[in-house]
Design a protein around this ligand. Structure first.
Ligand code: GRF
Length: 198
């Protein structure tokens, strides 16, 4: 017998939020072991915020431009999160680097990220263009635990796609993004199961 309450997610976004939408759609399915408690964005114009409001999901906006340091920005995030109940932070296209002290503020393995490459290859930005330039035959995405080193925590799962003749960064991004939308909910299901949440 597992815990019956669902795993509660705090999803951090910066932009269009298509991974967050895919997660929320998965959460709506009967028996999915997680639900979104709050969506936090550093960008007040993030497309994903409109979706959150339409779907009655709590939102928090902490604009990094309003702060003169990463530390004060992150302190404000922590303060805003205090009024929300969550078990797992899910970085879904969150484009701010988090400090070690922010990451270590939470218990081990309570923050995950999705990265558009087959880690440990192509950490950082412009992953698809770099993979094509290197003549790689395969690309993909990785869901991993977040540790202070960027894109370096333990990989939870990966999805692979072929890189085709004539692919551009845009065409490859589209193929990988489709897989991201499956990968994140699968990873969340695995984490819930490992915690005994059904
Ligand atoms: C995704 O490609 C994700 O892998 C990367 O940023 C992008 C976010 O897209 N970290 P979206 O905002 O979820 O649509």
């Amino acid at each position: 017998m597992g815990v019956t309450a669902k795993l509660k997610l705090a999803v951090f976004i910066s932009g269009r939020g298509s991974n967050m939408v895919a997660i929320n759609e998965a959460c709506k399915a009967a028996g999915f072991p997680a639900e979104i408690s709050v969506i936090l964005s550093n960008n007040p114009n993030a497309g994903g915020l409109a979706y959150a409001k339409e779907h009655g999901i709590a939102t928090e906006v902490v604009n990094h431009k309003d702060f003169d340091s990463r530390e004060t920005f992150e302190a404000q995030i922590l303060q805003r999160l205090e009024s929300h109940d969550f078990d797992l932070i899910v970085l879904a296209g969150f484009m701010r680097i988090l400090t070690a002290s922010f990451v270590e503020n939470f218990p081990k393995n309570s923050m995950i990220n999705i990265h558009p490459s087959l880690l440990p290859d192509y950490k950082g930005l412009n992953t698809h263009a770099r993979a094509i330039a290197d003549g790689q035959k395969e690309g993909g995405c990785s869901v991993h635990y977040v540790i202070p080193d960027l894109d370096s925590g333990q990989v939870i799962l990966q999805k692979r796609v072929p890189i085709l003749e004539g692919d551009t960064a845009e065409s490859l991004e589209k193929r990988v993004l489709e897989q991201e939308h499956h990968a994140y909910s699968e990873a969340i299901r695995m984490i819930a199961a490992s915690k005994g949440v059904q």
